[in-house]
Design a protein around this ligand. Sequence first.
Ligand code: PLP
Length: 638
Amino acid sequence: MDGNGQPREWSVKKSAKLYQVKGWGEPYFRINQRGHVEVRPDPTVDKAIDLYDLTKQLGERGIDLPLLIRFPNIIQDRIRLLNQCFERAIAEYGYKGRYRGVFPIKVNQQRHVVEEIVESGQPWRFGLEAGSKPELLIALAAMDDEDGLIICNGYKDLAYLETALVAQRFDNTVVVVLERIEELDLAFRASEKLGIRPCLGLRAKLSSKGIGRWAESAGDRAKFGLTMSEIVQVVDELEKRDLGDCLKLLHFHLGSQVSSIIPVKNAMREAAQIYVELVKMGCTMGFLDVGGGLAVDYDGSKTDFRGSMNYDLQEYAYDVVFAVQEACEKASVEPPTIVSESGRSIAAYQSVLIFDALGVDSVRFEDPTPPSPEDHRILDEFYETWKGVQPKNVQESWHDAQQALEEARSLFKFGYLGIRELARAEHLFWSCCAKISQSMQRLKYIPEELNIVEELLGAIYYCNFSLFQSAPDIWAMDHLFPFMPIHRLDEEPTVRARLADLTCDSDGIVDHFIDVEEVQRGIDLHQVREGEPYLLAMFLGGAYQEILGDLHNLFGDTNAVHVRVEDYGYSVANVIKGDAIDNVLRYLQYDPDEMVERVRKQAERALNHGRMTLPQLRTFMQHYEESLRGYTYLKGDA
Ligand SMILES: *Cc1c(COP(=O)(O)O)cnc(C)c1O
């Protein structure tokens, strides 16, 4: 609003800039002329789905918020893009080997996601990576076509190894990657028992480290992988048993979200050299698996900041292919099939979490009333402080206001100030903050200590989701995801806010937001209008969040649905109802039927003693039983 209470000129374009949709969302997300976010799940065709309309239409089908919408077309596009980038690098460098990616199941184990990946990956013979026994079981069932590729990582017991070894007799290539030297003996035992020559890989502990949160996945102190002397030991042991031809793959993993390309280049050089040496030692080899780490630009800044990446898919593919090409050429070694295990980059974009704001807590800005002569002098002084706030004395006013509030609170504690007067003192404090904040806008330089004023004044939007269930990485490691409203983007957002979730945990708040320059402590939102839902979305949460999510305060899985573009618009499939309360309770060993019986007994007793009426009993039992069957989240009134 401008000074006359008129809405300022605002446009969809300004919203796009404010929320930086282009930076993190292209080519899948943008804002349309109606001021709604729209999704283009398949950027190769010009078909867009209006996210706001879609949410409403799903609501009419009875699919309530919070809601996770998955777009399988996006998965397909990510797989296509990754493969095309490698194809192009291979063609440009005249590389004689090929590329075959695998999807690490741990990044998103949902059946429909894995099935979509297997199906979309078929033209490129894209494979799967398993990091545990359960994931291996998924991979074996999902890759049921011929000529698939399954990489078995993670810690293995004998059952895991025997399963993987026998599965090598299927139509797929199944490679067992040794992560620890102890697994070699297990592999020998399994191989002897079954009479199957194993198809083995080994994970090297590179000296090159990654960058950021998962830098320790590589380097000398890494939890996984074989040291150089262990690698030599493996080769010698294999030779001794005449199994030298069984070593087929070299693997390394730099850690996830590698935001800079430099560690990738360094690691590639080191790994390519190890590969060449292994061939020279007489191992058959054939695959070089460069692991995961390909990052996602969550803030759109294109920098090496932890939430971003300073390279793109094509540069990554060029650098990987180049390093292998160079090392192999120099040593006259046949170039291997290059495998990558990019999970985040494939899965992050495919889902959008939609939720509604249930209420807003914001500071009121009405001017304070002047104190009367019989008021306590502290109110007088406070009022003078408020009157005196100007751009040139904001810092001084801030100190005065803080001190006055402290004094008022201490007077209250000792009984010299009543509760109504304390309430007025608090109101004066907030009024001072508001005036200081207004004055700050006219300053070129804002003293550091005053940033807190903006934070204090920021509104809190109470939102219908659980951070612990739907975005655990925000809580665990201050991960940044793009958030924004999905409608009213042709209106100016006038409220600076933070987003609080439904849990009773003070950590359940989103108070770090993406920005190209500096992480922001608030997000600009619209005033919520009476009787109209205000819908927000979190984007790029398709990797890792779903399975890491937990049941804090017993908020369960959200509703989820798959939406696919069609000639006629879109189709809805795989509606997966979120957890009902009784599901969650059973998971914790409660028996919902017995719980109903127990409360009914108490209600009957209250009825018999005349403390409860029959209609009251009926209302209570109805709510209790319906709630048990219902969604763990709240139902908006609007
Ligand atoms: C987690 C993991 C990946 C996936 O990494 P992204 O950064 O998500 O691509 C790949 N390989 C291994 C061994 C992993 O542990």
